[in-house]
Design a protein around this ligand. Structure first.
Ligand code: SAM
Ligand code: SF4
Length: 331
Protein backbone atom coordinates (compact mmCIF):
# COMPACT_ATOMS: atom_id res chain seq x y z
CA UNK A 1 0.00 0.00 0.00
CA UNK A 2 1.35 3.41 -0.89
CA UNK A 3 1.40 5.99 1.87
CA UNK A 4 2.51 9.56 1.41
CA UNK A 5 5.42 11.45 2.89
CA UNK A 6 3.13 14.19 4.17
CA UNK A 7 4.09 16.73 6.81
CA UNK A 8 1.96 18.59 9.37
CA UNK A 9 1.43 21.44 6.91
CA UNK A 10 0.00 19.23 4.19
CA UNK A 11 3.08 19.25 1.98
CA UNK A 12 3.81 15.92 0.30
CA UNK A 13 7.37 14.95 -0.61
CA UNK A 14 7.63 13.24 -4.00
CA UNK A 15 11.14 14.37 -4.91
CA UNK A 16 13.96 12.45 -3.22
CA UNK A 17 17.54 13.78 -3.20
CA UNK A 18 20.00 11.00 -2.51
CA UNK A 19 23.56 11.87 -1.58
CA UNK A 20 25.91 9.14 -2.77
CA UNK A 21 29.04 10.44 -1.08
CA UNK A 22 30.28 13.40 0.94
CA UNK A 23 33.54 13.39 -1.05
CA UNK A 24 34.35 15.83 -3.79
CA UNK A 25 37.12 16.64 -6.24
CA UNK A 26 36.45 20.39 -6.13
CA UNK A 27 36.51 22.73 -3.13
CA UNK A 28 33.91 25.41 -3.91
CA UNK A 29 34.35 28.10 -1.29
CA UNK A 30 30.58 28.35 -0.60
CA UNK A 31 30.43 24.62 0.13
CA UNK A 32 33.70 23.09 1.33
CA UNK A 33 36.75 24.16 3.33
CA UNK A 34 40.05 24.44 1.46
CA UNK A 35 41.56 21.48 3.34
CA UNK A 36 39.71 18.38 4.46
CA UNK A 37 37.07 17.88 5.70
CA UNK A 38 37.25 14.43 7.31
CA UNK A 39 35.26 12.13 5.03
CA UNK A 40 32.66 9.74 6.35
CA UNK A 41 34.20 6.34 7.09
CA UNK A 42 33.32 3.72 4.49
CA UNK A 43 31.36 1.56 6.90
CA UNK A 44 29.07 4.50 7.67
CA UNK A 45 28.19 4.97 3.99
CA UNK A 46 25.21 3.14 2.60
CA UNK A 47 26.30 0.33 0.29
CA UNK A 48 24.99 0.27 -3.30
CA UNK A 49 22.45 -2.38 -2.26
CA UNK A 50 21.29 -0.26 0.68
CA UNK A 51 20.90 2.84 -1.50
CA UNK A 52 18.84 0.93 -4.05
CA UNK A 53 16.70 -0.64 -1.35
CA UNK A 54 15.84 2.73 0.20
CA UNK A 55 15.08 4.20 -3.23
CA UNK A 56 12.75 1.25 -3.82
CA UNK A 57 11.02 1.75 -0.47
CA UNK A 58 10.57 5.44 -1.34
CA UNK A 59 9.17 4.71 -4.79
CA UNK A 60 7.08 1.62 -4.09
CA UNK A 61 5.74 2.49 -0.65
CA UNK A 62 5.92 6.24 -0.24
CA UNK A 63 4.97 7.89 -3.53
CA UNK A 64 8.42 9.14 -4.56
CA UNK A 65 8.29 10.02 -8.28
CA UNK A 66 11.59 11.76 -8.81
CA UNK A 67 15.06 10.77 -7.59
CA UNK A 68 18.08 12.98 -7.92
CA UNK A 69 21.54 11.68 -7.07
CA UNK A 70 23.87 14.22 -5.58
CA UNK A 71 26.71 14.57 -3.07
CA UNK A 72 29.52 15.65 -2.52
CA UNK A 73 30.31 14.68 -6.08
CA UNK A 74 28.16 11.71 -7.10
CA UNK A 75 30.42 10.80 -10.03
CA UNK A 76 33.23 9.84 -7.63
CA UNK A 77 31.01 7.07 -6.29
CA UNK A 78 32.25 3.90 -7.98
CA UNK A 79 28.87 2.20 -8.23
CA UNK A 80 26.98 5.16 -9.69
CA UNK A 81 26.13 3.63 -13.08
CA UNK A 82 24.90 0.46 -11.43
CA UNK A 83 22.87 2.42 -8.87
CA UNK A 84 21.21 4.36 -11.71
CA UNK A 85 20.50 1.16 -13.63
CA UNK A 86 18.96 -0.59 -10.64
CA UNK A 87 16.91 2.49 -9.73
CA UNK A 88 15.59 2.61 -13.28
CA UNK A 89 14.54 -1.04 -12.98
CA UNK A 90 12.34 -0.14 -10.00
CA UNK A 91 10.08 2.02 -12.16
CA UNK A 92 10.41 2.94 -15.83
CA UNK A 93 8.45 6.15 -15.22
CA UNK A 94 10.68 7.41 -12.40
CA UNK A 95 12.37 10.76 -13.15
CA UNK A 96 16.07 10.08 -12.57
CA UNK A 97 18.58 12.89 -12.56
CA UNK A 98 22.00 13.81 -11.27
CA UNK A 99 23.47 16.99 -9.80
CA UNK A 100 27.17 17.04 -10.57
CA UNK A 101 30.19 19.25 -11.09
CA UNK A 102 30.70 17.34 -14.38
CA UNK A 103 34.28 16.22 -13.68
CA UNK A 104 34.49 12.80 -15.33
CA UNK A 105 31.16 13.23 -17.08
CA UNK A 106 32.81 13.41 -20.49
CA UNK A 107 33.71 9.74 -19.99
CA UNK A 108 30.61 8.61 -18.11
CA UNK A 109 27.71 10.36 -19.83
CA UNK A 110 26.98 7.62 -22.40
CA UNK A 111 26.95 4.86 -19.75
CA UNK A 112 24.72 6.91 -17.45
CA UNK A 113 22.26 7.61 -20.27
CA UNK A 114 22.26 3.95 -21.25
CA UNK A 115 21.61 2.96 -17.61
CA UNK A 116 18.45 5.06 -17.62
CA UNK A 117 19.40 8.50 -16.31
CA UNK A 118 17.08 11.19 -17.69
CA UNK A 119 18.87 14.47 -17.01
CA UNK A 120 21.79 16.23 -15.39
CA UNK A 121 22.14 19.50 -13.50
CA UNK A 122 25.69 20.78 -13.70
CA UNK A 123 27.20 23.35 -11.37
CA UNK A 124 29.21 26.05 -13.12
CA UNK A 125 29.64 29.57 -11.78
CA UNK A 126 31.91 31.12 -14.41
CA UNK A 127 33.39 30.47 -17.83
CA UNK A 128 36.67 32.19 -16.95
CA UNK A 129 39.44 29.76 -15.97
CA UNK A 130 40.93 32.14 -13.41
CA UNK A 131 37.61 32.77 -11.63
CA UNK A 132 36.87 29.04 -11.76
CA UNK A 133 40.10 28.43 -9.88
CA UNK A 134 39.32 31.15 -7.35
CA UNK A 135 35.92 29.62 -6.57
CA UNK A 136 36.67 25.89 -6.78
CA UNK A 137 40.39 26.02 -5.87
CA UNK A 138 41.08 23.67 -8.79
CA UNK A 139 41.99 24.17 -12.49
CA UNK A 140 39.31 22.01 -14.06
CA UNK A 141 37.15 24.35 -16.14
CA UNK A 142 37.94 22.49 -19.37
CA UNK A 143 36.75 19.20 -17.81
CA UNK A 144 33.44 20.77 -16.85
CA UNK A 145 32.94 22.18 -20.34
CA UNK A 146 33.74 18.76 -21.86
CA UNK A 147 31.33 17.10 -19.41
CA UNK A 148 28.54 19.48 -20.39
CA UNK A 149 29.09 18.75 -24.07
CA UNK A 150 29.08 14.99 -23.46
CA UNK A 151 25.87 15.17 -21.42
CA UNK A 152 24.18 17.13 -24.19
CA UNK A 153 25.42 14.66 -26.83
CA UNK A 154 24.27 11.66 -24.75
CA UNK A 155 20.73 13.03 -24.59
CA UNK A 156 20.83 13.84 -20.86
CA UNK A 157 18.88 17.00 -21.49
CA UNK A 158 17.69 19.56 -21.11
CA UNK A 159 21.10 20.12 -19.54
CA UNK A 160 20.69 22.59 -16.71
CA UNK A 161 23.46 24.68 -15.21
CA UNK A 162 23.30 25.87 -11.60
CA UNK A 163 25.34 28.97 -10.79
CA UNK A 164 26.06 30.70 -7.50
CA UNK A 165 27.28 34.31 -7.58
CA UNK A 166 29.77 35.53 -5.01
CA UNK A 167 30.23 39.21 -4.34
CA UNK A 168 33.48 40.56 -5.73
CA UNK A 169 34.34 37.21 -7.33
CA UNK A 170 31.93 36.45 -10.19
CA UNK A 171 28.93 38.74 -9.61
CA UNK A 172 30.01 40.79 -12.63
CA UNK A 173 29.86 37.69 -14.88
CA UNK A 174 26.16 36.78 -14.76
CA UNK A 175 25.32 38.07 -18.23
CA UNK A 176 28.47 36.56 -19.73
CA UNK A 177 27.57 33.15 -18.32
CA UNK A 178 24.00 33.45 -19.58
CA UNK A 179 25.14 34.40 -23.10
CA UNK A 180 27.47 31.39 -23.15
CA UNK A 181 24.80 29.00 -21.84
CA UNK A 182 22.26 30.15 -24.43
CA UNK A 183 24.83 29.79 -27.21
CA UNK A 184 25.39 26.15 -26.18
CA UNK A 185 21.75 25.27 -25.52
CA UNK A 186 22.09 24.89 -21.73
CA UNK A 187 19.41 26.08 -19.30
CA UNK A 188 20.99 28.38 -16.74
CA UNK A 189 19.64 28.98 -13.23
CA UNK A 190 21.18 31.22 -10.64
CA UNK A 191 20.86 30.15 -6.99
CA UNK A 192 21.17 32.56 -4.09
CA UNK A 193 24.00 31.51 -1.82
CA UNK A 194 22.71 29.83 1.32
CA UNK A 195 24.29 29.47 4.77
CA UNK A 196 25.57 25.95 4.14
CA UNK A 197 29.32 26.43 3.83
CA UNK A 198 31.62 24.33 5.98
CA UNK A 199 33.37 27.43 7.35
CA UNK A 200 30.10 29.07 8.48
CA UNK A 201 31.23 32.22 6.68
CA UNK A 202 27.92 33.15 4.99
CA UNK A 203 26.46 36.57 5.73
CA UNK A 204 23.25 38.09 4.45
CA UNK A 205 25.13 41.26 3.48
CA UNK A 206 27.65 39.41 1.34
CA UNK A 207 25.01 37.30 -0.41
CA UNK A 208 24.16 38.40 -3.97
CA UNK A 209 20.37 38.66 -4.00
CA UNK A 210 17.97 37.55 -6.72
CA UNK A 211 17.10 41.21 -7.34
CA UNK A 212 20.75 42.03 -7.89
CA UNK A 213 21.17 39.04 -10.22
CA UNK A 214 18.17 40.12 -12.28
CA UNK A 215 19.37 43.72 -12.44
CA UNK A 216 22.75 42.67 -13.74
CA UNK A 217 21.15 40.41 -16.39
CA UNK A 218 18.70 43.12 -17.40
CA UNK A 219 21.59 45.45 -18.15
CA UNK A 220 22.32 43.19 -21.12
CA UNK A 221 19.18 41.14 -21.85
CA UNK A 222 15.49 41.86 -22.03
CA UNK A 223 13.83 39.58 -19.46
CA UNK A 224 10.10 38.89 -19.24
CA UNK A 225 8.40 36.50 -16.81
CA UNK A 226 7.73 33.10 -18.39
CA UNK A 227 4.07 32.11 -18.17
CA UNK A 228 4.79 28.70 -16.62
CA UNK A 229 3.40 28.58 -13.10
CA UNK A 230 6.17 28.23 -10.52
CA UNK A 231 4.42 25.40 -8.60
CA UNK A 232 6.86 23.45 -6.50
CA UNK A 233 9.70 24.25 -8.92
CA UNK A 234 11.87 26.71 -7.04
CA UNK A 235 13.17 28.64 -10.07
CA UNK A 236 11.39 31.77 -11.21
CA UNK A 237 11.73 31.58 -14.98
CA UNK A 238 12.25 34.46 -17.40
CA UNK A 239 12.23 34.54 -21.19
CA UNK A 240 15.44 36.01 -22.56
CA UNK A 241 14.93 38.63 -25.28
CA UNK A 242 11.39 37.31 -25.77
CA UNK A 243 12.82 34.22 -27.44
CA UNK A 244 13.05 30.50 -26.84
CA UNK A 245 15.79 30.72 -24.21
CA UNK A 246 15.02 31.11 -20.53
CA UNK A 247 16.92 31.88 -17.37
CA UNK A 248 15.92 30.84 -13.86
CA UNK A 249 16.54 32.52 -10.55
CA UNK A 250 16.21 30.52 -7.36
CA UNK A 251 15.69 33.01 -4.56
CA UNK A 252 15.99 30.48 -1.74
CA UNK A 253 16.80 33.15 0.82
CA UNK A 254 14.98 36.33 -0.23
CA UNK A 255 11.83 34.69 -1.65
CA UNK A 256 11.70 31.25 0.00
CA UNK A 257 9.50 28.59 -1.55
CA UNK A 258 9.25 26.41 1.57
CA UNK A 259 5.43 26.46 1.42
CA UNK A 260 5.58 24.52 -1.86
CA UNK A 261 8.45 22.21 -0.93
CA UNK A 262 8.08 18.65 -2.20
CA UNK A 263 11.56 17.39 -1.30
CA UNK A 264 13.11 15.00 1.12
CA UNK A 265 16.77 14.09 1.43
CA UNK A 266 18.73 10.97 2.20
CA UNK A 267 22.34 11.53 3.25
CA UNK A 268 25.17 9.26 2.14
CA UNK A 269 25.19 7.70 5.62
CA UNK A 270 21.52 6.86 5.45
CA UNK A 271 19.89 9.67 7.42
CA UNK A 272 16.57 11.11 6.32
CA UNK A 273 16.58 14.92 6.39
CA UNK A 274 13.21 16.51 5.82
CA UNK A 275 14.84 19.87 4.92
CA UNK A 276 18.27 21.17 3.88
CA UNK A 277 18.18 23.19 7.07
CA UNK A 278 16.78 20.49 9.36
CA UNK A 279 18.35 20.26 12.80
CA UNK A 280 17.33 16.62 13.19
CA UNK A 281 17.91 13.50 11.10
CA UNK A 282 16.29 10.11 11.22
CA UNK A 283 18.59 7.11 11.04
CA UNK A 284 17.38 4.67 8.39
CA UNK A 285 20.78 3.02 8.12
CA UNK A 286 20.70 1.75 11.71
CA UNK A 287 17.18 0.41 11.22
CA UNK A 288 18.12 -1.19 7.93
CA UNK A 289 21.21 -2.87 9.38
CA UNK A 290 19.21 -4.06 12.39
CA UNK A 291 17.02 -6.04 9.99
CA UNK A 292 14.00 -3.72 9.58
CA UNK A 293 11.43 -4.76 6.97
CA UNK A 294 10.51 -2.45 4.08
CA UNK A 295 7.31 -1.54 5.96
CA UNK A 296 9.26 -0.64 9.10
CA UNK A 297 11.65 1.51 7.09
CA UNK A 298 8.68 3.24 5.45
CA UNK A 299 7.11 3.82 8.89
CA UNK A 300 10.26 5.53 10.15
CA UNK A 301 10.43 7.66 7.02
CA UNK A 302 6.82 8.78 7.40
CA UNK A 303 7.47 9.75 11.03
CA UNK A 304 10.60 11.68 10.01
CA UNK A 305 8.45 13.91 7.79
CA UNK A 306 6.13 14.94 10.62
CA UNK A 307 8.88 17.05 12.17
CA UNK A 308 9.41 19.12 9.01
CA UNK A 309 9.27 22.80 9.85
CA UNK A 310 7.18 25.35 8.00
CA UNK A 311 10.24 27.14 6.63
CA UNK A 312 14.01 27.36 6.76
CA UNK A 313 13.90 30.39 9.06
CA UNK A 314 17.14 31.92 7.77
CA UNK A 315 15.75 35.32 8.73
CA UNK A 316 14.80 34.29 12.28
CA UNK A 317 17.07 35.62 15.01
CA UNK A 318 17.16 32.06 16.35
CA UNK A 319 18.33 30.56 13.02
CA UNK A 320 21.10 28.02 13.41
CA UNK A 321 23.10 26.82 10.42
CA UNK A 322 23.04 23.02 10.13
CA UNK A 323 26.11 21.30 11.55
CA UNK A 324 26.73 19.51 8.29
CA UNK A 325 27.78 21.52 5.21
CA UNK A 326 26.01 21.23 1.86
CA UNK A 327 28.55 18.66 0.65
CA UNK A 328 27.63 16.29 3.49
CA UNK A 329 23.87 16.87 3.34
CA UNK A 330 23.55 16.53 -0.42
CA UNK A 331 22.60 19.62 -2.40
N1 SAM B 1 29.00 18.30 -6.44
C1 SAM B 1 27.77 18.44 -7.12
C2 SAM B 1 27.59 19.79 -7.72
O1 SAM B 1 28.34 20.70 -7.37
O2 SAM B 1 26.69 19.96 -8.54
C3 SAM B 1 26.57 18.08 -6.29
C4 SAM B 1 26.54 18.54 -4.88
S1 SAM B 1 26.50 20.31 -4.65
C5 SAM B 1 26.45 20.42 -2.90
C6 SAM B 1 24.84 20.67 -5.21
C7 SAM B 1 24.54 22.10 -5.51
O3 SAM B 1 24.60 22.84 -4.32
C8 SAM B 1 25.50 22.78 -6.48
O4 SAM B 1 24.76 23.31 -7.55
C9 SAM B 1 26.14 23.87 -5.68
O5 SAM B 1 26.39 25.01 -6.44
C10 SAM B 1 25.08 24.11 -4.63
N2 SAM B 1 25.59 24.71 -3.42
C11 SAM B 1 26.60 24.28 -2.62
N3 SAM B 1 26.76 25.10 -1.56
C12 SAM B 1 25.83 26.06 -1.70
C13 SAM B 1 25.47 27.21 -0.94
N4 SAM B 1 26.12 27.53 0.19
N5 SAM B 1 24.45 27.98 -1.36
C14 SAM B 1 23.79 27.68 -2.51
N6 SAM B 1 24.07 26.61 -3.28
C15 SAM B 1 25.08 25.83 -2.88
FE1 SF4 C 1 31.97 19.82 -4.59
FE2 SF4 C 1 29.56 20.42 -5.51
FE3 SF4 C 1 30.38 21.34 -3.12
FE4 SF4 C 1 31.52 22.31 -5.32
S1 SF4 C 1 29.35 22.50 -4.74
S2 SF4 C 1 32.61 21.61 -3.47
S3 SF4 C 1 31.51 20.57 -6.67
S4 SF4 C 1 30.02 19.25 -3.64
Amino acid sequence: MTRLLEDRFGRVATDLRVSLTDRCNLRCSYCMPEEGPDWLANERLLSDDEVVRLVRVGVEQLGIREVRFTGGEPLVRRGIVDIVRRSREIDPALELSLTSNALGLARMAPALAEAGLNRVNISLDTIRAETFHTITRRDRLHDVVAGLEAAHAAGLGPVKINAVLLRGVNDDQAAELLGWAIEHGYHLRFIEQMPLDAQHGWTREQMVTADEILASLEAVFDLSPAVEPRGSAPAELFLVNGGAATVGVIASVTRPFCGDCDRVRLTADGQVRNCLFAREESDLRAALRAGASDEELADRWVIAMRGKRAGHGIDDPTFLQPDRPMSAIGG
